[in-house]
Design a protein around this ligand. Structure first.
Ligand SMILES: [Zn+2]
Length: 260
């Protein structure tokens, strides 16, 4: 399967918004996360006040829909989108693909539907619920093992090479997405960690976690830390089989773009 690595939103300090566009064997397209969309390029106030902290470039040419067009592909062929979680930097572009089925992990959907006061900062109801997004809520049960993680395989309309890997911690229902490309696995770990160093060095991981106290669900930091450790082990022990990367690390993104 051909996989394109797209940066759908340069942000403060040169961080990226790493999304995947996958050309599936059946001829349709899959997106993993949507980045920032046309709506917020035109109306940045939709993102709320926290946009002043993350300072997204909001450049139309960085939106997923424009990048798909630039590649000579048809956005209408995006039939499925899998989101790692519902933070607005991962979901603001969903409105550009109203014809697509959007797969979300069930606990994350529940968090988005019934956010706590703190979660209201991260989930933008006007973007998640106001555009007629076709949600498909995937349950945790029925999973198989995948390199020591539990994986959810029952994603309707998607081939068995695409798995959802629950990686709770950053949010209540945060999940990674694993793709068997035929030339090895890719694991998009979303915001399970924020820099490559965070899953290769315990001190850096603790630092990264400390940097995001608001954006981590208050009851989940220990779960997040445990998952970061497990991802570090996956990187250390299976780097020949699985390429692990997160949403916002520019060096990881640049490396994967370079190898195609
Ligand atoms: Zn993020």
């Amino acid at each position: 399967m051909k996989v394109h690595h797209l940066n759908c939103g340069t942000m403060a300090m040169g961080t990226v918004d790493h999304c995947l566009l996958v050309e599936l064997p059946a001829g349709d397209l899959l997106l993993v996360d949507s980045g920032f969309g046309l709506d917020c390029v035109r109306r940045p106030q939709l993102l709320g006040l926290t946009r002043h902290a993350i300072r997204p470039a909001l450049d139309e040419s960085e939106t997923a829909i424009r990048q798909i067009e630039t590649l000579g592909l048809d956005p209408k062929d995006v039939r499925n989108i899998v989101v790692t979680h519902l933070d607005y930097d991962h979901t603001s572009g969903l409105a550009d693909f109203p014809w697509a089925t959007v797969h979300v992990h069930a606990p994350e959907y529940r968090a988005g539907m019934h956010p706590t006061v703190i979660e209201r900062i991260r989930y933008r109801p006007d973007q998640l619920w106001a555009h007629g997004v076709q949600w498909r809520v995937n349950q945790l049960s029925g999973g198989d093992g995948w390199f020591g993680f539990e994986a959810v395989r029952d994603l309707p309309g998607l081939p068995e090479e695409v798995l959802v890997v629950p990686l709770l911690g950053h949010s209540r229902g945060h999940a990674g997405v694993a793709i068997d490309t035929g030339a090895g696995w890719l694991l998009h770990a979303g915001d399970a960690y924020t820099t490559g160093g965070a899953v290769s060095d315990g001190a850096a991981g603790a630092f990264a976690r400390a940097m995001h106290p608001v954006l981590t669900h208050p009851t989940l930091p220990s779960t997040q830390f445990r998952n970061m450790r497990r991802l570090a082990e996956l990187k250390a022990e299976h780097s020949d089989e699985v390429t692990v990367f997160c949403s916002h690390d520019k060096s990881e993104f640049d490396r994967l773009v370079a190898v195609g």
